[in-house]
Design a protein around this ligand. Structure first.
Ligand code: ATP
Ligand code: MG
Length: 212
């Protein structure tokens, strides 16, 4: 976007990009509401969903094939003109470190301001992430509220990083992918907790009905 300043030179408003990382096994309405509210409040030009290949904080935990998880993200986001999905971590393979992803996006969008969107549970662990301090220098974080996680305690823990993390109170959706997987396994409905397209995909491919 170009704006004229004082009728003279043209200055460029920096594009704002949100990165929404996650395992998305499967993607649910909690992820979508978090991304959309962060986008609206911070005026992000787009939010890019980045499904992990291998989440580094879940070693040894069996996860669904990345192609299924990617497909379900795509099926959830295509109706929102501000949302995109990236295969960057899937193509890179190996453990999906956020620092590598942020560095890649900074190369792809050198002019942009990058925001990393997380839930309150994930931000609480930021300092244990690979190069946690470095990542805070590269981008801002938007930490959204999540039921079951005391945002005030997280704020206290991260007080030294006050200027790096923006806390955002959102409409809280008490759902997790773990709960969705459990409900499918137990034959309980998941309708309205995931989008219809994702519900159909899960049943069509028989996901989560095994021992996971
Ligand atoms: P799992 O139960 O498998 O860990 P999850 O529901 O926590 O799944 P993730 O893919 O681990 O989903 O999370 C990706 C990101 O989305 C994280 O930053 C997480 O904090 C955030 N997130 C997930 N669910 C919610 C929710 N209901 N409200 C707000 N943020 C959420
Ligand atoms: Mg999680």
């Amino acid at each position: 976007m170009l704006t004229r300043k004082g009728g003279k030179g043209i200055i460029k408003n920096r594009m704002k990009i949100g990165i929404m990382g996650g395992t998305f096994d499967p993607i649910h309405i909690g992820h979508l509401v978090a991304a959309e509210e962060a986008r609206a409040v911070f005026g992000l030009d787009k939010v890019i969903f980045v499904p992990n290949y291998q989440p580094p904080h879940k070693p040894g935990v069996p996860i669904t094939d990345p192609e299924h998880r990617y497909a379900m993200v795509l099926l959830s986001i295509y109706t929102n003109p501000y949302f995109e999905v990236s295969r960057i971590e899937i193509e890179r393979g190996g453990p999906s470190y956020a620092i590598d992803t942020v560095r890649e996006f900074k190369k792809l969008y050198p002019e942009a301001e990058v925001y990393f969107i997380t839930g309150a549970d994930a931000i609480a662990e930021i300092l244990s992430w690979k190069e946690g301090k470095e990542i805070l220098q590269l981008c801002k974080f938007i930490a959204v509220t999540r039921p079951g996680y005391d945002i005030e305690r997280v704020k206290e823990k991260l007080r030294p990083l006050d200027d790096k993390v923006e806390f955002l109170k959102i409409t809280e959706i008490n759902i997790s992918s773990t709960e969705i997987r459990k409900r499918v396994r137990e034959g309980k409905p998941i309708k309205y907790l995931v989008l219809d397209t994702v519900e159909n995909y899960i049943y069509k491919h028989g996901l989560y009905s095994g021992g996971k």
